[in-house]
Design a protein around this ligand. Structure first.
Ligand code: AMP
Ligand code: MG
Length: 404
């Protein structure tokens, strides 16, 4: 048996970031920047009003209340044609350029209009610069906007758009192929013959891939024979950047995935017995330059294995520096019992953030690796180290899978 760390280190050593590409902004959400981005222009591009109100000369308001002559109006999107002279003001909307001569904005709520709006009465003095957003306040030319290896969220994309960028060098998303193996597997609603079960792993794994914002390629169901598995794996690595198979990596006579990976993956292939439960066995190898994961067939094992190995591999390929999910501290509100067996156990739990500022967890039900429903009900995995388990009220680390 090897540790999770050793197994993951081995896998990640074979999963290097894809070469960077110019990725359109419209497709860059969740991608990681390959270079540092610098501003080539000021944002905002001109000094503009932060309020609806009047652009004035601050010096004119020192002896407020004062009356100023309204000489024009500036909606957002128009260029000023006037200059604000002594005793004058311009009606201005949020985002409109501050006209020459003016150096402060008085909010509409703080003025009184007279003579059908030709005169504005300013009731209190304003300081120079009030409610004026200077050019370059957000970004100035030459400024570092985001360093290399920044994950792009919605806000980042908005900033890049505000600089007029339409694409940027980033690490592309891998296409991920998913394949189920097993003579017992069928798909769809038909009547099950004796011994048959329905394939659930392909649906779960395809969805896990899609949840990461990646293209998932459904490579279908394959029988437990070496030839069919070989063919499917070869087709998969031809079409995809990374391949995930399930089933056929245990100790059974018909567990051919490991045999096939051994032959196609050569030196890079390793069949691992990892000191974790579920997801104990894992076959991994590089075929035609593409990482191929042989996940165990039990539905919960396949999902936990995806979380612990495929997820960090995908993130590393996408350029993330710290690809694995970090565990966070929590309190077990119910016991998480287990026996000593040399393995770390991952318990399916519901995590809730409580008013004491901490996460509290409860198991979602039975923990056998075939019980997929209790996995579906879980939003986190509690990491229970080797030993007698965790008593109610004790601390435990958790991996938050989709905390909501
Ligand atoms: P294996 O890893 O092939 O030995 O399979 C372990 C267990 O998982 C067996 O009970 C299989 O029937 C089941 N299993 C394998 N693949 C799938 C799948 N795609 N969907 C649901 N159950 C599966
Ligand atoms: Mg099988």
């Amino acid at each position: 048996m090897i540790s999770l760390t050793e197994a993951r280190t081995f896998v990640l050593s074979h999963c290097q970031p894809n070469p960077s590409e110019d990725i359109p902004l419209t497709e860059a959400l969740g991608c990681v920047t390959a270079v540092a981005i610098f501003a080539d222009a000021p944002v905002p591009p001109f000094a503009n009003s932060a309020m609806d109100g009047f652009a004035v000369r601050a010096a004119d308001t020192v002896d407020a209340p004062v009356r100023l002559k309204v000489i024009g109006e500036l909606p957002a999107g128009t260029a000023p044609t006037m200059e604000v002279g002594e005793g004058e003001a311009v009606r201005i909307m949020t985002g409109a350029p501050v006209p020459p001569g003016a150096d402060a904005i008085v909010m509409i709520e703080k003025v009184e209009l007279e003579s059908d709006g030709d005169v504005v009465r300013i009731t209190a003095p304003v300081e120079k610069g009030v409610h004026v957003r200077p050019a370059g306040q957000d970004l100035s030319p030459g400024q570092l906007v985001f360093p290399a290896l920044t994950e792009l969220g919605p806000g980042h994309l908005g900033v890049l758009a505000s600089l007029g960028m339409t694409d940027l060098p980033a690490y592309p998303r891998p296409r991920v192929g998913v394949l189920s193996t097993g003579d017992e597997l069928v798909d769809g609603p038909g009547v099950l013959e004796p011994g048959q079960i329905r394939d659930s792993n392909r649906h779960t794994l395809l969805a896990l891939v899609r949840q990461l914002g990646l293209e998932a390629v459904d490579l279908g169901l394959v029988a437990d024979d070496e030839k069919s598995i070989s063919k499917a794996v070869e087709r998969g690595v031809g079409e995809c950047d990374l391949l995930v198979t399930s089933g056929g990596v245990s100790m059974g006579d018909l567990d051919h995935v490991k045999t096939v990976l051994d032959r196609l993956g050569g030196q890079s292939m390793r069949w691992m017995q990892i000191a974790i439960k579920p997801a104990h066995p894992l076959a991994f190898g590089v075929v035609a330059g593409k990482p191929v994961f042989g996940l165990p067939g039990n539905p919960v094992s396949a999902m936990v294995s995806f979380e612990l190995f495929v997820f960090p591999a995908i993130r590393q390929i996408m350029g993330h520096e710290f690809p694995a999910r970090a565990a966070v501290p929590a309190i077990a509100d119910e016991p998480l019992p287990r026996a000593r067996d040399g393995k770390v156990h991952y318990f399916r739990v519901q995590a809730t953030h409580m008013s004491d500022g901490r996460f509290h967890v409860k198991p979602t039900g039975g923990q056998a690796s075939n019980l997929l429903r209790t996995m579906a009900l879980a939003n986190a995995l509690a990491v229970v180290p080797d030993g007698p388990g965790i008593a109610a009220g004790e601390p435990v680390d958790v991996l938050l899978l989709d905390y909501r």
